[in-house]
Design a protein around this ligand. Sequence first.
Ligand SMILES: N[C@@H](CCC(=O)N[C@@H](CS)C(=O)NCC(=O)O)C(=O)O
Length: 202
Amino acid sequence: MKLHYAAGTCSLSPHIVASEAGIPLELQRVQLGNDPEYVALNPKGYVPALGLDDGSLLTEGVAIVQYLADRAPESGLAPPAGTAARYELQSWLTFISSELHKMYSPWLFHPEYGEVAQQVAREKIATRLALVERHLAKGAPFLLGTTFTVADAYLFTIVGWSPFAKIDLAPYPHLRNYMNRVSERPKVREAIFAHGMKIASY
Ligand SMILES: N[C@@H](CCC(=O)N[C@@H](CS)C(=O)NCC(=O)O)C(=O)O
């Protein structure tokens, strides 16, 4: 399987999942916005995309992480399809995708959209992070309980943008502990380094 990725982006999430699942990946770095060969392969033009062994291409991060997890069910990275826990996982993945990922990016990384748009995004992100904080304050180490899942890989990746987006995580102590806990996982560290990034402290 080949992961098309760009350092510092959401493609870290499937990279972490593959690392945790013990699935070897061929890595293909993409020059975002300037890679005609990649756009010919993936007309969406963005990362991540996963080239499968049958020659097809799977796009969209939440689909890719579940695909990878389902290749290694013993990893516990995704509960079995059809169980209540799997729907809870999908609920988290959708929340992270639409309420966090797409609030951070593009709004906070494009100053040309202006101060008002940035402020609206910051306020939305603050209410969403407060929800995550309340959830983690219940005491479980990960979003679904005691087992690290693909939702944790995705949340870790997106909240990891906070220092670059100038989002102060101080109001969210449980979330900060969670971020540090995830970043200490050896397989997460391996993926971060292989992705061309550095380990941060939150
Ligand atoms: N809906 C996509 C969005 C992926 C996405 O936003 N990728 C960003 C990096 S984090 C990207 O490649 N942006 C470049 C672009 O939009 O052209 C997914 O969840 O996989």
